[in-house]
Each structure stands twice: as structure tokens, then as C-alpha cells.
Design a protein around this ligand. Structure first.
Ligand SMILES: Cc1cc2nc3c(=O)[nH]c(=O)nc-3n(C[C@H](O)[C@H](O)[C@H](O)COP(=O)(O)OP(=O)(O)OC[C@H]3O[C@@H](n4cnc5c(N)ncnc54)[C@H](O)[C@@H]3O)c2cc1C
Length: 233
């Protein structure tokens, strides 16, 4: 066995896809039955092997997806159909019964349970994490989510404001910044969770820090992707 394959075997676990189907216009719903119990917190992601091991393109081997839910030993994912990358292709081609290799749930983009209030900001891909985290807060939170189309809205608990940005390819960071700017004052100590397209994440963070005097410690940020960059993690 090549060394790369041996390392992957030790790093990854096995699951079986039990559901792989469209969910709305541009989402794929994927359910992975796992063998044993996993430690999972809302907001955690998994790394999925989306292509066969190939030394030519190690960058295209793994992709990252948030766990939308984890129930009865099964991980639910929502994968946004955005193009022809290895992750998008994997999600589109996956069939029930297929074996899937993945790395156990992890990540620091999780709820701060002691915060007095929670504000989530992001776009389509971020809405998977926002949905899982908002559910764990029983909807006691606010969210500003930019989407290309109303058909891309996932069911998310809480006070959610959907913003049409008219694109999924290179969203204009100003759209979400303007939405944040028009928010009324928030309770001191509110934690802002920002995720999704990287340039938008940075623009929103700058706005919170410099225009709203938001304390740095109350901002949790996790860029998910950016135009022109493959397999960002
Ligand atoms: C912590 C974390 C959690 C994530 N959770 C989710 C999730 O739950 N669901 C989900 O769908 N994605 C999620 N993502 C994003 C996902 O990992 C990326 O979109 C990934 O790049 C997709 O891989 P790909 O092989 O399809 O495209 P890549 O080969 O990585 O990218 C090819 C090109 O496609 C474009 N592109 C990449 N992603 C997007 C996008 N989302 N929208 C528009 N254009 C894009 C870029 O121009 C890029 O250069 C998450 C990422 C991180 C880091």
C-alpha cells in the first residue's frame, strides 16, 4: 500500500451513504451512516474523501462540509451545487449504498453557550453551520444570510433575515456589510459568528471592529471558500 494511502486509512473512518438526493434547487442532501458514536457539536465539520487517492492532485482529495445534523448514528450534510470542483462532483455523483471515508467531526466554529445573544452572518455554505447552531439555541438568535435565490434558503430557526445577493460566484462583500450596518444596536456581549466566502467574512469583521466597536473577543470567524482557490479549509 502506498504511504499516502496508509496515512489516509489511519486518519479516516468509514461510513455508508444512505441518502444522496437533491434538496431544493441547488442543495444535495447526504446522509452518512457511521459505525460508532461520534463526538459532535453543532457547527462542527467533517473532511470527506471526495476522490480516489492520487499523488498528482493531493489538494483535490479532501473537502470540508459542516454537519447539518447528527442523529441515530448518521451524519447529515448539505452540499451546495456551485460548479465542477471535486467536492461538488462527489456530492452530485454519490449514490445510496456507496462507501464514504471521512475524518471525525471537529472545528472551533461552535456556539459560545454563555453569550447573552448570538448573531450569525454568512451566505449559502455558511447557512449549514448557522442552521445547526441556531437549532441548538432553540432559535434564540438572529441571522443575516445572503443567498442568490429564495430557493437556496435552508430551514433555519430564529430571527432570520434573508438577503438576495444575485450571485453565488463572487458575492459582493458590500451586500452583507450593508445589512449588518443597518442592524439596530445589539445587546453588549452579543457574539457575532461570521462564515462563508472569505472576502465577505473579512469585510464584515472589519466593519464590526471599526464601525461598530465590536469587541474582537466576541467575533468568531471561519472562511469557507473564495473565488479562484481550491479546497480551502
Ligand atoms: C469549515 C468549513 C465548512 C464548510 N461547510 C460547507 C457545507 O456545509 N456545505 C457546502 O456546500 N460547503 C461547505 N464548505 C465549503 C466547501 O468546502 C467549499 O465550497 C469547497 O471548496 C468545495 O469544493 P469543490 O471541490 O466543489 O470546489 P473547489 O475545487 O474547492 O473550488 C473550485 C472553485 O469553485 C469555486 N467555489 C468553491 N466553493 C464555492 C461555493 N461554495 N460557491 C461558489 N463557488 C465556489 C471557487 O471559485 C473555487 O476556486 C465548508 C468549508 C469549510 C472550510
Amino acid at each position: 500500500m502506498p504511504q499516502g494511502a496508509w496515512v489516509l486509512e489511519r486518519l479516516l473512518q468509514r461510513a455508508t451513504a444512505t441518502v444522496a438526493e437533491p434538496a431544493g434547487d441547488r442543495w444535495r442532501r447526504i446522509r452518512l451512516q457511521t459505525a460508532g458514536h461520534l463526538d459532535w457539536k453543532p457547527g462542527h465539520h467533517i473532511r470527506v474523501q471526495v476522490a480516489p487517492l492520487s499523488l498528482r492532485s493531493p489538494r483535490d482529495l479532501l473537502r470540508t462540509y459542516t454537519v447539518w445534523d447528527y442523529t441515530e448514528g448518521a451524519l447529515e450534510l448539505r452540499v451546495f451545487e456551485h460548479g465542477e470542483g471535486p467536492g461538488a462532483r462527489w456530492a452530485r455523483d454519490l449514490a445510496p449504498g456507496s462507501e464514504v471515508m471521512f475524518k471525525a467531526p471537529e472545528g472551533r466554529f461552535t456556539v459560545r453557550p454563555d453569550a447573552p445573544d448570538h448573531l450569525f452572518i454568512g451566505e449559502e455554505t455558511a447557512s449549514v453551520a448557522i442552521g445547526a447552531m441556531a437549532r441548538s439555541l432553540h432559535g434564540r438568535c438572529r441571522a443575516l444570510i445572503a443567498v442568490n435565490d429564495v430557493a437556496d434558503q435552508l430551514p433555519i430557526e430564529g430571527d432570520v433575515q434573508w438577503i438576495q445577493n444575485g450571485t453565488t460566484l463572487a458575492p459582493d462583500p458590500r451586500t452583507l456589510v450593508q445589512a449588518v450596518a443597518s442592524l439596530p444596536d445589539v445587546q453588549p456581549g452579543t457574539v457575532a459568528y461570521i462564515a462563508g466566502e472569505a472576502q465577505t467574512c473579512q469585510a464584515v469583521k472589519r466593519h464590526l471592529l471599526h464601525e461598530r466597536d465590536w469587541p474582537r473577543r466576541d467575533i468568531v470567524i471561519k472562511p469557507f471558500w473564495t473565488p479562484g482557490r481550491r479546497g480551502m479549509d
